[in-house]
Design a protein around this ligand. Sequence first.
Ligand code: ATP
Length: 300
Amino acid sequence: MIEVESLRKSFGKIVALDDISFHVDDGELLGIIGPNGAGKTTAIRIIACILHPDKGKVRVGGLDVTRDPIKVKSMIGYLPEEPNLYERFTARDLLKYFGELYGVPRNVLDSRIDELLELVGMGDRATDPINTFSKGMRQRIGIVRALVHDPPILILDEPTMGLDPATATSIREFIRELKGEKTMILCTHYMEEADYLCDRVAILNQGRILDVGTPRELKSKIKGDLTLEISLVDPSRVDLDLIKIEGVKNIRLDGDRLEISLEDRSIIPVVMGGLGGNVYSVNTKETSLDDVFIEMVKGS
Ligand code: ATP
């Protein structure tokens, strides 16, 4: 559905995107994670036809974003990092305005607005002005605005940034419900959010893609699914040949602490058997996308 090929964008001397390529399949949710200034917003603004690329190709549904921006825009719902909503409009008037702008037929627009407002829990605030809304409410209205023309693609830039945990969770659940129905790109700083929602994740740093894969693939590249943190009775008795056991990804001995990273938990009994009675205590730590992110960005 979305193909990005050798994309470059600079702002003066700043190279925001340095030859990046990735794709998003039909109905897939691709996460883009990366530190501040990595180029995430620049990449999605080019896909959403808000910025012009310097070089490279971006095709959305087979259409080139630089040649067919109007058609491409009609296929995309975009939630910017800070949605600029018309403060004096009521929620309903704002959504009507955008719906009409996108050519949504009047006979379906009202019912679509009602339905979407209900879905994001804002049905009872439809006639209130935007300037009376909290940050979380604005974010919900921003998402509805992105969806009002029922686009096949939804691009979300930090949709849960700065929201309280309950509101963030309800927005995540809403995005999850759209999975499969919409093709989506989600930029986020929250690794748990990316892990929970995304089919694949692209890690961007200094304008370059470090890796793209499912959260599971990315985790297994650096550590495996989990790490055993073992406190040893006698460190001198540890057999480091444990690394040869199939499924053991890494071993690190530091004093009386031994860390063993495993592909999955089915290998735990084999490893524990190999340590015999030398284990004083053991703690199991699941690998998170945070670990992947820190490791990859540090090594780039
Ligand atoms: P954040 O996580 O902080 O939102 P980001 O990954 O979205 O960051 P971008 O906003 O894409 O990063 O910025 C990438 C680089 O391009 C940064 O160095 C930024 O300063 C620069 N940049 C982005 N937009 C402009 C602009 N309009 N003019 C000048 N420089 C820009």
